[in-house]
Design a protein around this ligand. Sequence first.
Ligand SMILES: Nc1ncnc2c1ncn2[C@@H]1O[C@H](COP(=O)(O)OP(=O)(O)O)[C@@H](O)[C@H]1O
Ligand SMILES: [Mg+2]
Length: 269
Amino acid sequence: MAKIIAMMNQKGGVGKTTSSVNLSACLAVAEKRTLLVDLDPQGNGSLSLGLSRDKFEAANIYHAIIGETPLEECIYKTELDYMDICPSDNNLSGAQIELVSVIARESRLKQAFESVQDKYDYIIIDCPPSLGLLTINALNAADTYIIPMQTEYLSMDGLVQLMKTATMIKKSLNPRLELMGILLTMYDKRTSLHNQVVSEIKNHFGDKVFDAIIPKNVKLAECPSYGKPIILYDIQSKGSEAYLALAKEILLRERRNQTEDSQQTSLEL
Ligand SMILES: Nc1ncnc2c1ncn2[C@@H]1O[C@H](COP(=O)(O)OP(=O)(O)O)[C@@H](O)[C@H]1O
Ligand SMILES: [Mg+2]
């Protein structure tokens, strides 16, 4: 069964899409079967992998969420063997309104995933910049969530609000939901403010902050216009190194958790 990870932060421009696309690609090169789900009506993730809109206009995440088309028919291959994508376009913004009167409207994505969950090791959801119905669907379907945040002071307020939403969803809809980690993005080591923020966030959130920190790297900003994830655009860039380190950190954590779980089970037996 796939591990489902929501990349969420209600603030725009913090690196959700960049992190969703590039983490997915790095997991795929580690031969983990990965599905990237673009849940943002802006469709940046879909376009940044070079898919043309007319190819997926008739079958994308919108059609899966409203129940018109099974999710497996809304999935497309990418340049990487182990990575698929379920794209989105601006029709999806209409889904928020269409779903209001639908029963179990916050479980549509979860239901849609049921038929594909055993085909993947990881499903990564790129959330829109809001805490609306689409993000609620993502957090309801997910096992864990990652909060990417720009390395700056202002982000702290939003973080508190976001965690409240996640706690509410955990209590009312999805008891499995856990925070996987906070991912610092667009870090500039020459800026002393950034260094302060890193140490403050680490003091506050401890080991919930990923060791991997994503630097500000122009290659990461360039690669979407070439329709490629960073590892296919410039494998030697700092951006590639950072997202590969993140994927490795996640895989190692998973392995550690599995070992602990199996030790726990044998103790119980
Ligand atoms: N580490 C980075 N270094 C440089 N530019 C980045 C980096 N991460 C993201 N960007 C750029 O910043 C902008 C916002 O990032 P994006 O991933 O789209 O954020 P979000 O999905 O949260 O709105 C995009 O233009 C993206 O190319
Ligand atoms: Mg985005």
